[in-house]
Design a protein around this ligand. Structure first.
Ligand code: 5GP
Ligand code: MN
Length: 351
């Protein structure tokens, strides 16, 4: 048995919405990751098993390491079919919003969500959720939205309705949002849930390989280039930085998802407690942050790069040149030296 994390009144309301509704839409955040796609497809499979009409809508393309998931080919990309997606959102009786806390995180889909009259249900684990949801299943203490979907289905008394495809999607989200259970993964209930998913027939080792071991040769060479040529370590600060320009990404035939995980690489250096990846993208500069312990990289993201996320994994954006983004990063980093050194001291004490 696992703890009843989700409040009973929220479970009751969602159960009622599912009973009464026929047309459902599931939305998730821009540049969807394993938890965004995993939680959305898990809920999709569940609602399909309940004989509902369901569409998962993503704001832009998903990475290819997730396309093997059952149901992935039925996902609607708003960028490709904006009018059809807008129509489905406006006609849905219930709109599930998964793995994001505020409409801004779904990019151009946001205006359609705000204008929609359907009941809006949030299922998420980011801090500071928007208050405008009819039901808000927001639990930042839980390490993935996919885990919350598992908990929700079970609390509605429907563990039996979780199919193997649904279980695979849940496991994928739980695994990717914890870096293969290497961070945010000390809650013993995670492993109880995994054991339940294995009973559904999932092959967890195969899923790991399918997600983490299917990159292109070019991506591995880009990683080699990053580590050899592009990694800057600020040893006194316990910080590291990787900067990638559009030209460099093109040189390595960049495909969506290729830089996934790069920000984690410097965290394997003894004495690095804060890592940043800055990369040039279409029309903006994207930043990813990782930290360990109590250094809140989401505060860094929100204070300087209009972003947010979790304490130890966050991101943000910068509208300007790559050089300006790096200059801003290096200008503000010294302000965080006391907090970084505090974290370094804690690490040394534990060693
Ligand atoms: P990643 O570095 O893997 O792209 O993102 C890590 C986490 O940071 C995501 O799960 C999400 O919570 C958060 N995040 C990434 N980019 C942004 C952003 O632009 N704005 C906000 N608010 N959060 C972000
Ligand atoms: Mn997530």
């Amino acid at each position: 048995m696992i703890t009843k994390v989700i409040a009973q009144d929220k479970i009751d309301k969602v159960e009622k919405y599912i009973d009464k509704g026929r047309r459902f839409v599931i939305l998730t955040h821009v540049s969807p990751d394993g938890d965004a796609i995993g939680s959305s497809l898990a809920l999709y499979h569940y609602l399909m098993a309940c004989d509902k009409v369901v569409t998962v809508i993503i704001p832009n393309e998903m990475p290819s390491f997730l396309t093997w998931l059952k149901g992935a080919k039925d996902i609607l990309n708003y960028e490709k079919y904006p009018d059809y997606a807008a129509q489905l959102i406006s006609e849905a009786e219930v709109i599930f919003c998964l793995d994001f806390n505020v409409p801004k995180r779904i990019g151009n889909v946001a205006s359609h969500l705000v204008a929609a009259s359907g009941r809006k249900v949030l299922i998420d684990h980011h801090l500071n959720p928007d208050p405008d949801f009819k039901v808000s299943i927001s639990y930042p203490g839980i390490s993935s939205t996919s885990e919350l979907v598992f908990r929700l289905i079970c609390r509605m008394g429907n563990f039996e309705m979780i199919s193997k495809s649904c279980a695979e999607a849940i496991y994928t989200g739980m695994m990717t949002d914890t870096g293969g259970f290497t961070y945010n993964s000390n809650n013993p209930e995670i492993y109880f849930i995994i054991s339940e998913l294995i009973k559904k027939g999932i092959d967890k080792d195969w899923i790991y390989a399918r997600v983490f071991n299917t990159y292109s040769e070019k991506r591995i060479r880009l990683m080699g280039y990053v580590l050899y040529k592009k990694l800057k370590v600020y040893s006194d600060y316990g910080a590291a930085l990787i900067v990638l320009s559009d030209e460099e990404l093109k040189r390595f035939d960049y495909k969506k998802g290729d830089t996934e995980g790069f920000v984690n690489l410097p965290m394997s250096i003894d004495g690095v407690v804060f890592s940043t990846l800055i990369r040039e993208m279409k029309g903006l500069v994207k930043l990813s942050f990782r930290s360990v312990g109590d250094f809140p990289c989401n505060s860094f993201a929100s204070a300087h790069f209009g972003g947010g996320g979790h304490k130890n994994a966050s991101g943000g954006e910068f509208y300007g040149t790559l050089e300006e983004a790096v200059a801003l990063f290096e200008k503000v980093l010294p302000d965080y030296v006391p907090a970084l050194q505090e974290e370094l001291k804690k690490r040394n004490r534990r060693a």
